[in-house]
Design a protein around this ligand. Structure first.
Ligand SMILES: [Mg+2]
Length: 459
């Protein structure tokens, strides 16, 4: 569990000046005693907060629609953000509260959702909007927290350890952040406060929306233990029945079951969730918290079999368009480029290359992707393709590249101009001529979770 509470009465430090004058070393030592008032304040060493956007995609879409002047608030009607209904992947990505009340669930097919709610409004996702909203949120949080770890597109951990002098009471601070997000961005969040990441995350899961909750170690028994065991982080739907067989239904029952028994049943995963039930989590904030991305990937399952090289190139270009823009949105450039191809019998081939210079230019990245594809493809019908850019570096620290030719510099300027137009007027406002009447989407791509390296079992 977190570090012990600390009593603070005053602090003490020394300044040491060393000065050499006329060959004689003069040392001046100054002692300063800060007095922090008469009352002794009980202060914790570690304060961690977890912030979670309530129904993120739907909230961001609603806030965006309002900014665009639309009257209807999709949060107040049965509505979902969902993939294309005609194509293969039509699932509910996020739902409004009225849709939830009608039984609509995240992850179910749009067809199932429609059966429960015939007048359901289905809005296709605008990943560009969500990426920007996520980045804006992180920028705002960075004004407060010295360290931020991104957990997923709509969840961050913030380390406030040792900042009480700066920000005061953590709960009041969390409410200030919550209210500011609501006022400036127009959507709601939940914030959980504790002494480690696990407990902060569990706290943000309590009653939603627009709430701040604490779950300090001394509150575990009262607030965490009565909950169903499936609500504990890392206890998935496959683990729940196994625990139920041992008569474990609540988190408290898991905590109070013999550790060896759980370990015998579920091995290291069992030991992990047993620790979690006691609120034990030793995960640290990453040192590179300013760089949340390890890589950007983009892939698409195609709704027909691709059998010719030119069509494949066009689809790859549309994937690169989205993925390279995402790099530019994050001020990142990459040095490792990879392509993956799945054929209709689900055979998978991938190929990657390290390039001499960091880039985020659509044109340059596509040239490499096309070469890699041509070297890899055996001519069999293709079902799925993906591109991936890794080994990232902040673009603003990019060294001047003397080898870059004039054409590629022009292409970078073109990227900036196209990005600007697409942000303002939508992603189809400018498209490449080869896509006209091709039946292909000129800009493809979703927002796969694997872009976030921390979106895994490890906090
Ligand atoms: Mg969320």
């Amino acid at each position: 569990m977190g570090a012990p509470d600390k009593l603070i009465g005053g602090s003490f430090f020394s300044l040491l000046f060393t000065k050499q004058k006329f060959g004689v070393i003069i040392k001046i030592q100054t002692y300063v005693l800060f007095k922090k008032g008469v009352n002794v304040v009980l202060e914790r060493d570690n304060i961690v907060m977890h912030i979670d956007v309530n129904s993120a995609f739907l909230s961001w879409q609603a806030a965006y629609n309002r900014q665009m002047g639309m009257e209807e608030d999709i949060r107040e009607i049965p509505a979902v953000i969902g993939g294309s209904e005609e194509r293969r992947h039509g699932i509910v990505l996020a739902k409004s509260i009225p849709a939830k009340k009608l039984g609509v669930k995240t992850g179910e097919s749009l067809m199932e959702a429609r059966q429960k709610c015939p007048n359901l409004k289905v809005i296709p996702p605008s990943y560009d909007v969500y990426t920007r909203a996520s980045r804006k949120l992180r920028d705002l949080l960075a004004e407060y927290a010295p360290k931020i770890d991104v957990f997923s597109i709509d969840e961050c951990f913030m380390d406030f350890s040792g900042t009480r002098d700066l920000f005061g009471d953590p709960e009041e601070l969390a409410h200030r952040i919550r209210k500011r997000i609501k006022k400036e961005f127009g959507y709601t969040v939940n914030i959980g406060i504790s002494t480690n990441k696990l407990l902060a995350k569990q706290a943000s899961e309590f009653e939603k929306p627009d709430k701040v909750h604490t779950l300090y170690p001394e509150e575990i028994q009262e607030k965490l233990w009565p909950l169903p065991v499936g609500e504990l982080f890392m206890v998935g739907y496959r683990t729940v029945p196994k625990l139920n067989q041992l008569n474990i239904y609540t988190i408290g029952e898991l905590a109070n079951t013999d550790r060896e028994l759980i370990s015998g049943l579920l091995k290291s995963h069992g030991r992990l969730i047993h620790d979690y039930a006691w609120g034990k989590d030793a995960s640290k904030f990453s040192e590179k918290s300013s760089m949340p991305f390890k890589g950007v990937g983009n892939g698409s399952t195609i709704h027909f079999d691709v059998e010719d090289r030119l069509t494949a190139h066009k689809i790859l270009l549309s994937l690169v368009e989205t993925a390279s823009k995402r790099l530019r949105d994050e001020d990142m450039s990459c040095r490792v480029v990879a392509v993956g191809i799945k054929n209709k019998d689900f055979g998978y081939h991938s190929h990657q290359r390290k390039i001499p210079v960091f880039t985020n230019c659509t044109h340059d990245l596509f040239e490499i992707i096309r070469e890699l594809f041509d070297e890899t493809w055996d001519g069999s019908p293709i079902r799925h393709m993906n591109v991936r850019f890794t080994d990232l570096e902040r673009t603003k620290f990019k060294q001047l590249n003397f080898f870059q030719n004039e054409y590629s510099m022009k292409m970078e300027k073109l990227d900036m101009a196209i990005d600007g137009i697409r942000e303002k007027y939508g992603k189809y406002a400018v498209i490449r001529a080869e896509y006209i009447d091709s039946g292909l989407s000129p800009v493809l791509g979703g927002y796969p979770n694997d872009e976030y390296p921390d979106m895994s079992s490890i906090l």
